[in-house]
Design a protein around this ligand. Structure first.
Ligand code: M6R
Length: 366
């Protein structure tokens, strides 16, 4: 059942190229250049009418929502909120009939996400579910559904569901941007063409996992770790940090790199491990500055950057190079080494990788 893999998590990590491929399938028009969602009830008029989007989710799905926010705001210029589902209901959110509430949930059964979705609808919003399970409660409750085609995810730590949720957010942002004319057609076509290459890039990373594995082994006895990044990299850092905590039981924090000096930098000392993501060209210089800050306090930095960004190599102790893609598209590929690091650290520590202590796959109580 694990298809020759030692754990479901590793199997699911390796299934990502196929899961992404399946999620893309049937979602471009005949020219292959435009994203289409044929079964969406939302008309173009509805899409043009949206004044605000609120994304609600928990855990990893929430982290996918954080990337979704940046994509949707950048490409469609619609203001987007992202809320942890258990917070949404109690903060008197501003929702109108021109709000689109997007609930993201692998299982489609998470109680907090379901309750938040119902609250969004009660307040008059149109609702859309991004879920991996056909016929799940959240899928049935929402006005519209976009399925991630990740296939069953058994491991408690979510991997392929996250990757496909990100992919859906890209497609949705491209789709809305075309209808609302907020991005030029040639640029959108470039994005769609590059998006189609992502599954293969993920495959390339999975073929060369040796370097990450070695690094993960060096983290085995750490008691704490930092993940830093800016922009999209910060959202990915949050997911990398959650994955590590969840299955390795090592404490870690994800920090917006620019925030370090506002508090957390005081925790950095000789030998502190920092994983620094730098895939956003417009932020390279800023990230270099932040890496210098932690290095000056004795941190050991593992950098993750696009193959083009060789200058980062001089500033970090160890560099992992991702295959090149557009900076906008890096989250789906940058998360892969982070998933592998979490996995290998957990294995090294002898943990029950697929069933971490105190956690359940589907959280059906609020
Ligand atoms: O099924 P859902 O996507 O609604 O689940 C949400 C979270 O419980 C889930 O992503 C959790 O954070 C994972 N165990 C993280 O790996």
């Amino acid at each position: 059942e694990k298809g020759g893999f030692e754990h479901f998590m590793l199997k699911e990590i390796y299934e990502q190229p196929n899961a992404l491929q399946r999620t893309l399938l049937g979602r471009t028009d005949r020219t292959g250049r435009n994203i289409v969602f044929e079964n969406l009830g939302m008309s173009n008029a509805h899409i043009r009418d949206i004044e605000k989007i609120t994304i609600i989710a928990c855990g990893t799905a929430y982290h996918a929502g954080l990337v979704g926010k940046q994509l949707l705001e950048r490409l469609t210029r619609i203001p987007v909120d992202v809320d942890v589902a258990s917070e949404f209901r109690y903060r008197h959110p501003i929702i109108t009939d021109k709000t689109l509430v997007i609930a993201v949930s692998q299982s489609g059964e998470t109680a907090d996400t379901l309750a938040a979705l119902k609250e969004g609808r009660r307040l008059g919003a149109r609702t859309l579910a991004i879920t991996n399970v056909v016929g799940s409660t959240i899928a049935r409750e929402a006005d519209d559904v976009i399925l991630t085609m990740a296939g069953p995810e058994i491991s408690v730590a979510s991997t392929k569901a996250y990757a496909t949720q990100l992919l859906v957010f890209y497609m949705l942002a491209f789709y809305f941007a075309r209808i609302r004319s907020t991005v030029s057609t040639p640029l959108l076509e470039t994005y769609v063409a590059e998006l189609h290459k992502v599954p293969e890039l993920v495959g390339q990373i999975l073929e060369n996992h040796g370097q990450v594995k070695q690094y993960a082994e060096s983290l085995k006895d750490k008691s704490s770790l930092f993940f830093i990044g800016r922009g999209l990299d910060y959202s990915v850092a949050m997911e990398g940090s959650l994955k590590l905590k969840e299955i390795s039981y090592i404490h870690s924090e994800a920090y917006a790199a620019g925030e370090l000096k506002h508090g957390t930098l005081s925790l950095v000392e000789e030998g502190t491990s920092v994983i620094a993501l730098s895939t956003q060209e417009d932020l390279y210089e800023k990230m270099l500055g932040n890496v210098k800050e932690v290095k000056a306090r004795g941190a050991e930095v593992y950098g993750i950057a696009l193959a083009d960004n060789r200058t980062f190599a001089k500033s970090v102790d160890n560099l992992y190079l991702l295959p090149n893609t557009l900076p906008l598209l890096t989250p789906i590929i940058a998360v892969i080494p982070l998933q592998l690091i979490a996995y290998y650290v957990s294995v090294q520590r002898g943990n029950d990788v697929d069933k971490p202590r105190n956690l359940a796959k589907s959280v059906t109580v609020e």
